[in-house]
Design a protein around this ligand. Structure first.
Ligand SMILES: *[C@@H]1O[C@H](CO)[C@@H](O)[C@H](O)[C@H]1NC(C)=O
Ligand SMILES: *[C@@H]1O[C@H](CO)[C@@H](O)[C@H](O)[C@H]1NC(C)=O
Ligand SMILES: *[C@@H]1O[C@H](CO)[C@@H](O)[C@H](O)[C@H]1NC(C)=O
Ligand SMILES: *[C@@H]1O[C@H](CO)[C@@H](O)[C@H](O)[C@H]1NC(C)=O
Ligand SMILES: *[C@@H]1O[C@H](CO)[C@@H](O)[C@H](O)[C@H]1NC(C)=O
Ligand SMILES: *[C@@H]1O[C@H](CO)[C@@H](O)[C@H](O)[C@H]1NC(C)=O
Ligand SMILES: *[C@@H]1O[C@H](CO)[C@@H](O)[C@H](O)[C@H]1NC(C)=O
Ligand SMILES: *[C@@H]1O[C@H](CO)[C@@H](O)[C@H](O)[C@H]1NC(C)=O
Ligand SMILES: *[C@@H]1O[C@H](CO)[C@@H](O)[C@H](O)[C@H]1NC(C)=O
Length: 381
């Protein structure tokens, strides 16, 4: 669920000067509506960070303000449902409020917290990537939903208050790129330990928050990348992460991914902190109902297979060929999913890898046999 790094050679950046400090205020005509204006400035103000869901604004800003050691971002992705027949189309769109000190894998601009990145792969697997450093950003929350605008005429998203419908758009004459991605959610939102309920923890591990507004969606992508069309449909996804200290002071390694397997929407998270403690979050939904949503020990175990498949993954390890994802308890049964990588979609050597791949799985008792597609990632520090 996370983040994305740029293929520097394919990028073009622009940026502008910046304006006033962040402020969030309740909207007078609606108690659950807030507007947050965010400037690009890196401040040394202490950040106030949310860790408990209070019953509203699931997808709103969680860090006020983002300072030189904290981060808060919104992530969207999609992968083609025709992957098994050779369509390698995929896309990841990120909206960052993250200083380089907060999320060190980011950016070649050390003087801003605002960045958008759009990366992915064309149908033949060719990677692309571009991004912006806008002067300011605005996030509006309405009910559970949100809308964000990163820069005048820049990249933006909006959702319905019930989190069902989403549109992400960009139009950049300078790079000659424009496009739209829509998501129709097909699975209920969740937090690290299960359903979205007031009082639930948002902590994935100490110092890292996670809210998964859209675990699975029908995504439609229509991009024009300087004359090259990218159009596909497939499983889409949206979440956000945030943290109150530098990401790489917290995370030792992590495996995250999501996909659609037969009738199931699945999301996995199996991560280690710097001290080696392992944290889990499982999610399996079907027909709009959560079947598994847990953070208990071993609720989902993710281990690499093939290639270089040591666990925990050494920082210098080459890629595995895939992962085995085992959900301990889906209505009383163990669900075992073989994730086989089709393409390494983006990589920062030794730190981050993202793949698209196929899923094959069924219950450990031999019942069920389904296939699907997934987008997933690994950090190893
Ligand atoms: C980096 O961001 C700052 C603040 O928005 C901006 O002033 C500067 O021009 C940006 N640099 C580049 C190379 O885009
Ligand atoms: C924040 O603190 C650092 C380190 O002390 C300093 O270099 C920087 O100028 C400060 N930034 C602001 C905006 O005060
Ligand atoms: C940023 O905010 C965090 C969280 O409140 C705090 O621990 C940290 O000291 C702050 N960093 C700076 C440079 O002020
Ligand atoms: C709940 O948290 C959001 C920020 O995520 C805030 O805007 C809102 O005012 C809070 N609501 C209550 C009732 O505390
Ligand atoms: C767009 O494509 C044209 C023609 O291939 C090329 O000359 C130009 O550099 C490209 N523009 C960008 C921003 O990549
Ligand atoms: C922008 O893309 C269009 C195709 O959509 C192409 O015809 C045109 O030459 C491109 N413009 C530039 C400046 O590269
Ligand atoms: C989690 O389960 C594993 C395997 O059963 C066990 O070795 C480990 O001690 C457990 N961890 C915690 C924190 O309970
Ligand atoms: C996963 O499936 C692939 C075929 O896609 C197979 O080659 C591989 O052995 C399987 N991995 C495991 C650990 O079963
Ligand atoms: C699942 O179905 C595929 C193709 O229909 C078959 O090749 C495979 O052996 C089956 N797997 C299991 C575990 O039954």
């Amino acid at each position: 669920m996370l983040s994305t790094l740029l293929l520097a050679s394919t990028l073009a950046f622009t940026a502008f000067a910046h304006p006033p400090p962040p402020r969030t205020r309740p909207d007078p005509d609606c108690a659950s509506r807030t507007t947050t204006h965010i400037s690009s400035a890196i401040t040394n103000t202490t950040s106030t960070v949310e860790w408990i869901y209070n019953g509203t604004s699931l997808d709103g800003p969680k860090v006020h303000p983002v300072n030189s050691t904290t981060f808060d971002w919104w992530y969207f992705d999609a992968v083609s449902s025709d992957l098994a027949s050779g369509d390698l189309s995929s896309v990841v769109i990120n909206f960052y409020t993250a200083s380089p000190g907060g999320f060190g894998a980011l950016s070649n601009n050390k003087s801003t917290i605002l960045e958008t990145t759009i990366t992915g792969t064309l149908s033949d697997g060719t990677p692309f990537g571009f991004g912006k450093f806008p002067a300011d950003a605005t996030v509006v929350t309405d009910g559970e939903g949100s809308a964000g605008v990163w820069g005048e005429g820049g990249t933006e998203w909006s959702s319905s208050p019930d989190l069902k419908h989403w549109v992400i758009k960009f139009d950049d004459p300078e790079d000659n790129v424009s496009g739209q991605m829509t998501l129709q959610s097909v699975a209920p939102p969740h937090l690290p330990c299960g359903a979205v309920e007031a009082g639930a923890t948002e902590l994935l591990m100490p110092h890292i928050g996670w809210a998964n507004a859209v675990p699975d969606a029908l995504a439609q992508i229509d991009f024009n990348l300087n004359g090259t069309a990218l159009s596909f449909t497939g499983p889409g996804y949206h979440d956000k992460n945030w943290g109150d200290q530098p990401f790489f002071d917290t995370v030792g390694s992590w495996f995250w991914g999501h996909g659609h397997l037969g009738p199931y929407s699945i999301v996995w998270f199996d991560a280690r902190d710097m001290f080696g403690a392992e944290y889990f979050s499982s999610y399996v939904a079907k027909d709009g109902k959560i079947l598994t949503g847990s953070c208990s020990n071993g609720t989902v175990i993710v281990r690499p297979w093939g290639g270089e498949d040591a666990y925990p993954p050494p920082a210098t390890a080459a890629n595995p060929d895939g992962f085995i994802v085992t959900f301990a308890d889906v209505e009383g049964k163990e669900l075992v999913v073989n994730v086989t990588s089709a393409l390494a979609a983006v990589a920062l050597e030794y730190v981050y890898d993202r793949w698209i791949g196929t899923l094959a799985g069924g219950f450990a008792d031999g019942t069920g046999n389904w296939t699907g597609v997934a987008q997933y990632e690994e950090f190893k520090v």
